[in-house]
Design a protein around this ligand. Structure first.
Ligand code: F6R
Length: 619
């Protein structure tokens, strides 16, 4: 949440603010409640801020252009403390005019700092960031040097922060610090960047340095210095890395939204997650493992922790892992997990699923699980993210960068990784024979082509969605592995089309929710494969009859060739024949396309839905 960028260069021939603005455009998915840029010009600060998306900031800059300067910082905000307004937008400039600062995170003891450091002085807006900006300026008066002042400041703070700050009297350096929020430096020749994510500067340099937890960095045009939490300068060679992807991944590639592009990239997201995991001996391997594999044979429970879409992938995983490994799997929202005194011990494997690897609720739940003695395994899409570093074992999803706020391809990759984890555990624990695992892997490998087949119906689903513009409420029903897909279909629709939608377990309907079915109510129903062995197909067909007889308009997601579907169904989208445990990965695709197309038909901003941000880095 919130994107920050800093840039510093030797000469002023390139507009620093333009490079910062370009970086913010790539980071806008992290928040878009307000944005701003500040730069130093001859010992004075130029700052422009605007409420709303970056386009508003651009218009303001066009009216009052920035001067040439060698250093600039910028921010795009997802509001936590204080409403989106110019006063609360970053960069904040201290009231004595000496410090400019941008911040990503939440300072939990801000009101104490306000009293103890600032003597309760009157503030403009009173956000946590305004307080720390004032505190930094206050400390700087005594310390004289911005990096020393920053060190003193972070030592009295609690909460989470990534700070990038400038001293208006000294444009030779930018100072940054991090604690629980990401920051990465981009190394150039006679220039350097710092940002929340490499995406902000990958167009200019592929050489990055990750700023680690509690480190502080001083960045000049020619040099980067990194300090540890005791303010000792350190050799940061081990923190350097090369960015291996290019900016095309962060562009729409001709599609009208990132969400559509990412839906269409799902065959490769699944394919890339499957391949490269088997050794020559045919064994599935994890990407990282810091303990002996034999531990997996001793565990007596798996607890999956995640939020939102990632949690839905965990619900899918439960069906496969319990069935293959005969081990209980609990799935829990990360934000609920640690507050209910869960039973977790050294025999519990805690699996944390996350696209960003930065979701604070998930990180905190992992920390709690580790304190209870559990081993933790991350299924994560972002290499080098906090979750990647924090967990004892890692299985990457190779979905590629996901930019749209609504998660799609990462979801499919997460389910795929969960299947792989299930097979990996079944192999170690001896629950399945190698030939059974091989058969299931072969089946898994057919999924990318089946996904591609469903995508050939993109236009048809889109046309259907366009006719549903007047819907006020849409319901989604599923049973067994179709239930989490119903939840996910409803989540997609509400988050980007702002239409009330709910996912129900189809069997639960008659226990209450069926009361809301009125003639004309649109209901999507996930119909399991005909010979599902779990015996749920016939039950779902009955559920369709129950709601259709009460006037619901039913859209079925069913297996190709299913002849048992009741007459009178409004529309059916078919999936290629697939065993029930793998069907979830296919059934969500029409629902994603439906939500994306309906939001488009309603002229909504598909990639940046209101009130949301891509990574939820606050609790
Ligand atoms: C919904 C969505 C969110 C995320 C959730 C977890 O489309 O994207 O529900 O799934 O915030 O995010 P990660 O996976 O980054 O931990």
């Amino acid at each position: 949440m919130c994107g920050i960028v800093g840039y510093i260069q030797t000469n002023k021939s390139l507009n620093s603010w333009k490079l910062v603005f370009e970086g913010l455009e790539y980071l806008e998915y992290r928040g878009y409640d307000s944005a701003g840029i500040a730069q130093i010009v001859n010992n004075r600060v130029e700052v422009t801020k605007a409420v709303g998306k970056l386009a508003n900031l651009k218009r303001k800059i066009a009216k009052t252009p920035f001067s040439l300067s060698n250093a600039a910082i910028g921010h795009t905000r997802w509001a936590t403390h204080g409403k989106p307004s110019i006063v609360n937008a970053h960069p904040h400039i201290s009231s004595n005019g000496q410090v400019a600062l941008v911040h990503n995170g939440i300072i939990e003891n801000a009101s104490r700092i306000h009293k103890t450091v600032l003597g309760g002085k009157k503030l403009q807006g009173g956000t946590d960031t305004e307080i720390v900006t004032e505190a930094l300026a206050h400390i700087l008066i005594k310390e004289k040097d911005l990096s020393k002042a920053m060190f003193k400041l972070v030592n009295i703070l609690e909460g989470s922060w990534a700070f990038v700050a400038m001293d208006i009297n000294d444009s030779s350096k930018i100072v940054c610090a991090r604690h629980n929020s990401p920051l990465v430096i981009g190394l150039g020749e006679n220039y350097n960047f710092v940002a929340s994510d490499v995406i902000a500067f990958v167009n200019h340099t592929k050489n990055a340095v990750e700023i680690k937890q509690d480190q502080l960095a001083v960045i000049t045009c020619e040099k980067v210095s990194v300090f540890d939490k005791h303010n000792q300068e350190i050799n940061f060679t081990s923190q350097k890395y090369e960015i291996l992807w290019d900016i095309n991944q962060a562009q729409k590639g001709g599609y009208s939204s990132f969400m559509e592009k990412e839906i269409r990239e799902q065959p490769s997201a699944v394919r890339n997650t499957i391949y490269g995991r088997r050794t020559n001996e045919g064994i599935i391997e994890l990407d990282k493992l810091s303990f002996d594999k034999s531990y997996f044979a001793q565990i007596n429970k798996i607890t999956v922790i995640a939020c939102g879409t990632a949690a839905h992938s965990g619900y899918v995983a439960r069906f496969a892992i319990e069935h293959w490994c005969r081990i209980p799997v609990e799935v829990e929202y990360a934000h609920e997990f640690r507050y209910r005194d869960p039973i977790v011990d050294s025999k519990t494997l805690v699996v944390a699923i996350s696209q960003s690897g930065e979701t604070m609720d998930t990180l905190m739940a992992v920390r709690y699980a580790k304190e209870q003695g559990a081993k933790t395994l991350a299924i994560v899409n972002t290499l080098g993210s906090a979750l990647d570093r924090q967990c004892d074992a890692v299985l990457y999803t190779y979905a590629g960068r996901e930019i749209a706020v609504a998660s799609t391809k990462a979801f499919l990759a997460q389910i795929t990784a969960c299947y792989l984890l299930g097979l990996y555990l079944a192999e170690i624990r001896g629950n399945l024979f190698i030939d059974e695992i091989t058969t299931k892997l072969q089946e898994l490998k057919t999924l990318p082509d089946k996904i591609a087949k469903i995508l050939t119906h993109y236009e048809e689903i889109c046309q259907f969605a366009k006719l549903q513009k007047r819907q006020k409420s849409v319901l989604f029903l599923g049973r067994h592995i179709g239930y989490p897909i119903a939840l996910e279909g409803a989540l997609k629709l509400k988050e980007i089309a702002y239409i009330h939608s709910e996912g129900f377990a189809a069997g639960e309907l008659k226990h209450g929710p069926i009361a809301i079915i009125e003639p004309g109510q649109l209901v999507f129903v996930i119909v399991p494969p005909q010979n599902d062995r779990a015996g749920v197909h016939a039950k779902v067909i009955s559920n369709i009859e129950e709601i259709a007889s009460r006037g619901a308009r039913v859209v079925a997601i069913a297996e190709q060739g299913d002849q048992t579907l009741p007459k009178g169904i409004t529309k059916t989208f078919f999936r290629p024949k697939t065993p029930i445990l793998f069907s979830a990965i296919l059934d969500i695709i029409p629902l994603q396309i439906f939500a994306c197309s309906l939001a488009g038909a309603l002229n909504l901003d598909i990639d940046m839905p209101r009130n949301l941000a891509k990574s939820v880095t606050v609790e």
